[in-house]
Write a protein that binds this ligand. Structure first.
Ligand SMILES: [Zn+2]
Length: 115
């Protein structure tokens, strides 16, 4: 499998995004507040996603072409009047699982750069 070379910080933030965000979202312990509670966005998004391993993998900004896009669309269409993105139904849970699987697979592809 092709490796994605990332900074140490990037790989750590990816781990945190899985363990301290998405697993808790799926467990209904927290809500998704988009970039405001994404460790990767907080670390990298200065309007252009530079350095974010998700962007490095997909080549698309703002998590386009990832399960997150599907999640956001589902939340908007099916649960539109509710302020927070979170688990409301079985489909929400299914997409949250896809997001976690996507991030875990990406984590495996990431190799920390050696200086
Ligand atoms: Zn739903």
């Amino acid at each position: 499998m092709k490796k994605i070379i990332v900074s140490k910080k990037a790989k750590e933030l990816l781990r945190k995004t899985i363990d301290e965000k998405w697993k808790l979202v799926r467990a209904k312990k927290i809500t998704d507040r988009g970039r405001y509670n994404c460790h990767l966005c907080q670390g990298f998004r200065k309007g252009d996603c530079a350095g974010c391993p998700i962007f490095m993998k997909t080549g698309h900004k703002f998590c386009k072409k990832t399960p997150y896009a599907k999640w956001a669309k589902h939340q908007r269409r099916v649960h539109p009047k509710l302020y927070f993105n979170k688990i409301y139904c079985a489909t929400c849970k299914k997409i949250a699982t896809q997001e976690i699987n996507f991030l875990e697979a990406l984590y495996e592809e990431c190799e920390v750069e050696t200086k």
